[in-house]
Write a protein that binds this ligand. Structure first.
Ligand SMILES: Cc1ncc(C[n+]2csc(CCOP(=O)(O)OP(=O)(O)O)c2C)c(N)n1
Ligand SMILES: [Mg+2]
Length: 355
């Protein structure tokens, strides 16, 4: 029997503020784990900040910024084993880096170059999903299929608050509840779907409340607290592995950056909330925690930051060294029998590109 737990309305939190609010701890994490988690956060942050610069320099295309979403990604991924699969949205485009994917691969994806197409089996990371929520049924189907085959694999799907209004989310969540698939539905609630605020997205008091309707527990966690995210995801992974079915996790934050490089949030967002989010941003918050608990020194932190910057420098150089892709790729794999007009279009494109 599925056990339906009431959604937890409070936000789980581990990291305090170094003053009145005390720090918690998470059982089972060694000092090495804590530093590894920091390295992952810094890697994602550096990737994100450099990517915005590369975009401004015209070296990558439109880019979905994930600044201050790193704790949700690094914390949850740390609770997985390498045999578990990750189904990212565009917001988690660089999560493969945490699985050893080369930086140049992800940058190539944003450059629209085929060198950015990886084999999902190699990293346990599915293709980046841009159509909202359509990967939720994919992740759930994958998890259920693995379960039927007797494999011990969990699948996690990442999506936003806006995605919970999509039909594909409903289908995936329903399917997960009924099949008791070992899936984790991880919602990054950054309170905006481009310019649509959460209040216009749903009348539900919390997104975690939706979980009850699908017969799964809903956990609410502070999305800027990497340890709380890790702990909640670890609990969801344990349920999944025990055959107790899926979990919905709502990680709450406030989007502090534009939706993407093509967006101007100044016409709709609350600047005070943005400032507040910037002050409490997740990488600095965790770094201060590690410094005050003595797990990390300033010198080690600087080394880790420099290592990440170096990886980025090498990554962009490798991505830019790729020979230009054949324009014919744009037209391939779309039709079994391509209409003749496509040949004319390709010829025109070649003429424009001079290739
Ligand atoms: C099916 C579909 N409809 C519309 C879009 C256009 N679109 C791109 S991002 C976005 C907002 C999604 O917001 P949310 O789910 O909260 O995720 P976030 O971008 O905040 O991480 C929309 C509507 C799309 N990509 N796919
Ligand atoms: Mg959102």
């Amino acid at each position: 029997m599925t056990q339906v737990l009431p959604a937890d309305r409070g936000l789980r939190r581990v990291i305090g503020d170094g003053e009145g609010q005390p720090d918690g701890t998470v059982d089972g994490l060694t000092p090495e784990d804590l530093v590894a988690l920091y390295r992952n956060l810094v890697l994602l942050r550096t990737y994100d900040e450099r990517s915005v610069v590369y975009h401004r320099q015209g070296r990558i295309g439109t880019y979905a910024i994930f600044w201050n979403h790193e704790a949700m990604q690094a914390g949850s991924a740390f609770a997985l084993e390498t045999r578990d699969w990750i189904f990212p949205s565009y917001r988690e485009s660089a999560i493969g880096l945490l699985r050893g994917m080369p930086v140049s691969t992800v940058l190539s994806w944003w450059r629209g170059h085929p060198a950015g197409w990886w084999n999902p089996e190699e990293f346990g990371v599915a293709s980046i999903c841009v159509p909202i929520a359509t990967h939720v049924p994919h992740a759930v189907g994958f998890a259920w299929g693995s379960w039927l085959k007797g494999e011990d694999r969990v699948a996690i799907a990442y999506f936003g608050d806006g995605a919970t209004s999509e039909g594909a989310f409903h289908e995936g969540a329903t399917f997960a509840g009924v099949t008791k698939a070992p899936a984790i539905l991880f919602c990054n609630n950054n309170q905006w779907a481009i310019s649509t605020p959460l209040a216009a997205q749903t009348a539900a008091a919390t997104l975690a409340d939706k979980a009850i309707g699908y017969g799964m527990p809903g956990l609410r966690v502070d999305g800027t607290d990497v340890l709380a995210v890790y702990e909640a995801t670890r609990e969801a992974v344990a349920r999944a592995r025990a055959g107790d079915g899926p979990t919905f996790i709502e990680a709450v934050t406030y989007r502090a950056a534009p939706h993407a490089t093509a967006d101007d949030p100044s016409i709709y967002i609350d600047p005070e909330r943005v400032e507040e989010a910037k002050e409490g941003e997740c990488v600095g918050r965790y770094e201060r925690y590690l410094l005050r608990t003595g797990v990390l020194s300033e010198a080690r932190a600087e080394e880790i930051r420099q290592e990440a910057l170096e990886l980025m420098r090498t990554g962009i150089a490798e991505a830019e060294a790729e020979p230009p892709a054949d324009p014919a790729l744009v037209f391939e794999h779309a039709y079994a029998d391509p209409p003749p007009s496509l040949a004319d279009d390709l010829a025109e494109l070649r003429r424009i590109l001079g290739s």
